[in-house]
Design a protein around this ligand. Sequence first.
Ligand code: ATP
Ligand code: MG
Length: 415
Amino acid sequence: MKSVKGTRDLLPRDTYLFQQLEQGALVHFARYGFREIRTPIFEETQLFLRGIGDETDIVSKEMYSFEDKGGRSITLRPELTAAVCRAVIQHQLVGPTDIVKLMYMGPMFRYERPQAGRYRQFYQLGVEVFGSDDPLIDVETIEALMSFIQPYGLPNLELIVNSVGDSTDRPAYLAYLREALDDVRDQLCNDCQTRMVRNVLRVLDCKNENCQSLFGELRPISDFLSHENRQHFEAVCNGLSQLGIPYRLNPKLVRGLDYYTKTAFELVSGDLGAQSAVMGGGRYDNLVQTLGGPATPAFGWAMGLDRMASLLAARGMEEKGPDLFLVFGERSWLDQALPWIVKLRHQGLEVTYDLRVGSFKSQMKRANRENARWTGIIGTAEWANGTVSMKHMATSEQTTLARENVAKFIEEQHA
Ligand code: ATP
Ligand code: MG
C-alpha cells in the first residue's frame, strides 16, 4: 500500500524544516500580538461556498466534499480564512473597537493535479487581523511576514502588490474588462470564456500563455480605483517603502479567492519553477459580514509551508546531528554506562551510540554519518579510570575528561 495520490509522508528530514518554521513563527508573531487558533479540519461545505466564492478554482474544482453519516455536506478545509472568520463570529471575538490578531498552521486539502510543490494535502501557516481598515495594519502585517522569512536568507524572493478595489469601484472595471475582452472572446481558453460570464476578474489569473498575451493591452485596475481606495493603496506602498521593504507593483495580480478587497499581494520565488507562489494574502473587509457577522474589516495572508520547506532544503538547511555520539570498546561497558547515558539526556543533551558496538572504526564512521557534534570515546584506558576522550568532530580537537564533567563541558563549549 502507498499513500494516496497527491499526499506524502513528511519524514524526519522534512518535519525538521516544518518545525523550524512553525516554532519560529510562534515566537516571531507573538511579538506582534498574534495568538494561535486551531479550528476543525472539516467544516460545513456552505462555509467555503459562501466565503471563497463559487467561481473560484478552489470551490469549482478543488474541494474535498462528502456527505457524512448524518447527511451533512462536509468539506475538508481548502484554506483557513473563511473558517477563522466563522470562529471569530461564533465566539464573538471582535467587539466594535477591538483589534484581534490570530495565527494558524496546519494541513489544507485541495483536489489538484499533483506535481512538484503541489499536493492534495499541504500545509499552511497564516495570520489574520480583524477590526481595522487602517493601511497601517496592511503594512505592519506584511512587515511581520518579511521579517519572519528574512533570517533564512532566501534569495530570489519578490513581494508583488496590487489593489483590487472593492464594491465601490470594481464593478466599473469588471464592465470595462467584459467589453474589452469581447473582441477576443473566441481566442480565449474555455475557462476564460466561462470566467467572462461568471467572474471576469479571474481571467487575469489565467495560467494560459495565449490568454496572457491577449491581456497585454488591457487597462489596469489602478485606472479605476476610487479616490479612497487609491489613497489606501498609496499609504500601503509608502509604509512599505518607509520600512525599507522592496516590492513590485503588478496591476494584474488578482489572487485566487473572491473575498479580497483593496490590498492583494503575493510572495513569489524564482527558485520554485512553475509553482512559484510561496504565499499570498490581502485585505478582506467584507468577508466577516458575508458570513453573517458584524461589519469587520480584516487583513491576512497564508504561507505554503511545503514550498517554504523545499526552499530551505535547497539552501542546505538540514537537521543537526546529536550533541554526543558514544563509542565503546566493549558492548558490556555500554550496558554498565546506561545510567550515566540516561543522566546526560536528563541534563539536556542529545546522546546516541551504536548498539551493536562494532569496531572503533565502524562506530566512528557512524558518528560521522549521524553528523554528531562530539564523539565520546571510551577505550580500555578511559573505561579503567572513569574518563571519556571527547573529539570535536568539526575540528578533530580532542580532550579527555572525567565522565561526570561531560554535560558541563559541552554546555560551556556551546554557550
Ligand atoms: P497557486 O497559484 O500556486 O495555486 P493559490 O493562489 O491557490 O496558489 P493560496 O490559496 O493563496 O494559493 O494559498 C497560499 C499558499 O499556499 C500558496 O502561495 C502556496 O505556497 C500554498 N499552496 C496552495 N495550494 C497548494 C498545493 N496544492 N500544494 C502545496 N502548496 C500549496
Ligand atoms: Mg491554487
